[in-house]
Design a protein around this ligand. Structure first.
Ligand SMILES: *[C@@H]1O[C@H](CO)[C@@H](O)[C@H](O)[C@H]1NC(C)=O
Ligand SMILES: *[C@@H]1O[C@H](CO)[C@@H](O)[C@H](O)[C@H]1NC(C)=O
Ligand SMILES: *[C@@H]1O[C@H](CO)[C@@H](O)[C@H](O)[C@H]1NC(C)=O
Length: 362
């Protein structure tokens, strides 16, 4: 078939607007990103240096958009709260091509004080309002200034093969509060096959439902944590499964902390087949008298009960000065622990509140 020039001219604009042609964002056309998000459902972020004090704004992506990071993405230095990257949309995919790195340039901010004081540090990545079977996968991330992924108001979102290497922050303990994944007010979030080296929680769930944390490795930080729960706008954690994770060289293996005097609930939590080693504080710690910043009151309240807690298979070792298991709660019920086999450390003398017949012990 031969097409007349007239026919070709007539269909050209249609082809241009309807095919998912790839749009490439570089440092020089970063200012056009709003137009690019509107025009393209395949976006490549190619070697972009984001100016100081600005967010790489990938919010409001069109349904089904794929964003691919290529080369080195990095960020200028300024004291501000960030985030350095923000993403939202439905049915979206954020991925990275082989050899790419997203370098948060954290050392410029690291002062050992994290988000408590010192320099104001930008949060790294907001995944707020990411919905509708979205995927964030295959990302290589280095040196977040402070917290990594903030997941809030999202649902049906899978993180797969996310590699976060903040190990440079171990030098002189300068990296601090570098949580990898913080989840709140979200439903059906899965984080799997990921590798975290940091200085704070590998996972922290403040609130949320139907959360899975599967086959991840966590090193250098505070372990897998539910909490603190209580004192926020949403204080329900219901349905968490953490299976097949490895936690090494961390303060804790598994942790649940609920806030003293607050209200809320932690319900239906399963920790299955996780392994620990090089743990400096607790193999598993469940404490109901938390305040903030690692502080506890010693006074137990029942406003945030922990009900429905299965621990099936927690093996490995803790350091000689650590405690394998520490539980200090009130109002807990319906626990079922089996195959908890942790060597090393000192048995905690202060355990309290373990539901009878649960198989749990300190
Ligand atoms: C999550 O988003 C809600 C609604 O915008 C907000 O009220 C809440 O403070 C956020 N939670 C966290 C932990 O950031
Ligand atoms: C917790 O799990 C139990 C048992 O599977 C289920 O019956 C209950 O509905 C769950 N709780 C909530 C609030 O979904
Ligand atoms: C406790 O957990 C074990 C292992 O998951 C399971 O075989 C057993 O049925 C559970 N017991 C109760 C009472 O739910």
């Amino acid at each position: 078939m031969q097409l007349s020039l007239k026919t070709i001219l007539a269909i050209l604009p249609f082809v241009a607007s309807s095919t998912a042609s790839t749009c490439t964002v570089t440092t020089s056309n970063l200012g056009d990103i709003a137009t690019i998000k509107n025009d393209c459902t395949s976006i490549v972020i190619n070697g972009v240096t984001v100016p100081a004090g600005e967010t790489l704004d990938l919010t409001g992506l069109k349904q089904g958009t794929t964003v691919t990071f290529e080369g080195t993405t990095t960020f200028g230095y300024e004291e501000w709260t960030g985030p350095l990257i923000s993403v939202s949309g439905s049915g979206i995919t954020v991925t990275g091509s082989s050899g790419h790195v997203i370098n948060g340039n954290g050392a410029k901010w690291w002062d050992g004080k994290g988000s408590n004081s010192g320099k104001t540090k930008p949060k790294f990545f907001s995944a707020h309002k990411v919905t509708g079977n979205s995927n964030i996968k295959n990302l290589n991330i280095k040196n977040t200034p402070v917290q990594g992924f903030s997941i809030n108001n999202s649902e049906n979102l899978v993180f797969d093969n996310i590699n976060i290497d903040n190990s440079a922050g171990d030098t002189n303990s300068l990296g601090h509060n570098t949580d990898a994944f913080d989840i709140s007010e979200s439903d059906y979030i899965t984080i799997q096959n990921s590798n975290v080296k940091n200085q704070d929680d590998c996972l922290a769930i403040n609130s949320g439902t139907n959360i899975k944390f599967l086959s991840n490795s966590c090193s250098g930080g505070h372990g897998i944590s539910i909490g603190s729960v209580g004192g926020r706008s949403d204080n329900t954690v219901n349905g968490v499964t953490a299976t097949g994770n490895t936690i090494t060289n961390s303060q804790n293996g598994l942790r649940i902390k609920t806030v003293s005097g607050a209200t809320g609930i932690v319900e239906n939590v399963t920790f299955k087949s996780n392994t620990i080693s090089g743990i400096s504080k607790y193999g598993i710690v469940i404490e109901g008298d938390y305040v903030n910043n690692g502080k506890t009151t010693g006074s137990l309240t029942t406003g945030v009960p922990i009900t429905g807690l299965t621990v099936n298979g927690l093996t490995g070792s803790v350091d000689s000065s650590a405690q394998p298991v520490y539980v200090y709660v009130a109002g807990a019920s319906n626990w079922n622990w089996s195959n908890v086999d942790i060597t090393g450390g000192k048995v905690s003398q202060k355990c309290s509140g373990i539901p009878s017949g649960s198989g749990a012990s300190c």
